[in-house]
Design a protein around this ligand. Structure first.
Ligand SMILES: [Zn+2]
Length: 344
């Protein structure tokens, strides 16, 4: 039986709880309903305090320029284009914004699209699009430079041309685990890089064996003179280290060498790789190549926020910081087409 309470009765019921029960309940309610509004309010405040920048050209000089559908609008002093706190983020032009908080909560629980569809009363395509828009907000977020010993290795996923209709179905052969033996065009290479601090990178590169240009593209702008590279003895890594004048420790895994001098190894990235594959297999039954990078972003966000005491708030905050997220989202098809064409 449901008991319908008016506002006064709810207030009385709340006051009967202990203060810790009350604040736990309130924060639960808040995190479901309102988390994105709070995050956006913070971003708006940053923009109002002139701490933001124009999402079109990156310039930090702009002024207030009227109101757009309830949002403060700003005008860039360099390119002359206007923007709001949504522009460039994954929330740009999103309909049903009032459902975003609930959606994020369900996403945190890693519910299937079918369950999300039912719980929110939205269609599956919307649930799918939102997932990938949100994950596009992690393409650039928190990518600092690699410091000290930095491990890097390539890993492979089965190439799947079925890209357009990947709605959590469980096909037999998708994104399966493969070994390095027999690398072919039917495999997609992902470069996994991590330093011994908090910096990680997971980048989809190409079909078949990686080249040094792929390494450069994945992590080239994140290395510094403090980076000490550890990898296997693959020629691409040697070439990349020489080009960048990096101290490089190449392990001869073909000769059974796993550690050199007690500290140089690639066991952390190999552990990340196996956790990643386990998660993709267990949660999604593998994913299609077209959306693989988005799931890598998701996994990187999870790793990044492992210590977070308020995951959903931090996840939302970080994803909305990326004012190029919507461009990353729009590039999904183009990037996939590039992978479909074999690069030699
Ligand atoms: Zn501008």
């Amino acid at each position: 039986m449901y008991i319908i309470m008016d506002k006064q009765q709810i207030k009385e019921a709340l006051l009967k709880l202990s203060s810790s029960e009350r604040s736990a309940l309130l924060s639960e309610v808040e995190s479901e309903q309102d988390i994105h509004s709070k995050v956006l309010a913070k971003h708006r405040e940053q923009l109002n305090n002139k701490q933001g920048c124009c999402p079109h050209c990156g310039n930090n000089k702009y002024r207030k320029h009227g109101i757009d559908k309830g949002s403060q609008r700003y005008k860039c002093k360099r390119c002359g284009r206007t923007f709001t706190e949504y522009t460039g983020t994954w929330m740009a032009r999103l309909h049903k914004k009032d459902l975003v908080g609930k959606y994020l909560k369900l996403m945190e629980q890693e519910l299937s699209l079918d369950k999300i569809k039912v719980q929110l009363g939205i269609n599956k395509k919307t649930a799918f699009d939102w997932r990938h828009k949100i994950l596009s907000g992690f393409q650039q977020t928190d990518k600092g430079s690699f410091e000290g010993i930095t491990e890097s290795d390539d890993t492979f996923f089965r190439f799947s041309e079925k890209g357009s209709r990947d709605l959590d179905r469980k096909p037999r052969k998708r994104g399966g685990v493969v070994t390095k033996r027999g690398i072919s065009d039917q495999l997609v290479a992902v470069i996994v890089t991590a330093d011994r601090g908090t910096q990680t990178d997971l980048t989809v590169t190409r079909r078949g064996r990686i080249k040094k240009a792929d390494i450069a593209q994945a992590i080239g702008d994140r290395i510094s003179q403090q980076t000490i590279l550890c990898s296997d003895s693959h020629a691409s890594y040697k070439g990349f280290a020489i080009d960048n004048n990096l101290e490089h420790h190449a392990l001869r895994s073909d000769l059974g060498q796993r550690v050199s001098n007690g500290i140089y190894h690639i066991q952390h990235v190999n552990a990340i790789d196996s956790r990643l594959k386990q998660w993709l297999r267990g949660r999604f039954g593998g994913v299609s190549t077209k959306y693989l990078q988005k799931y890598l972003n998701w996994f990187r966000a999870k790793e990044l926020l492992k210590q977070s005491t308020h995951f959903i708030r931090d996840f939302t905050d970080k994803s909305l910081q990326d004012i190029a997220a919507i461009n990353h989202y729009k590039a999904t098809q183009h990037n996939f087409e590039k992978l479909c064409i074999l690069q030699r």
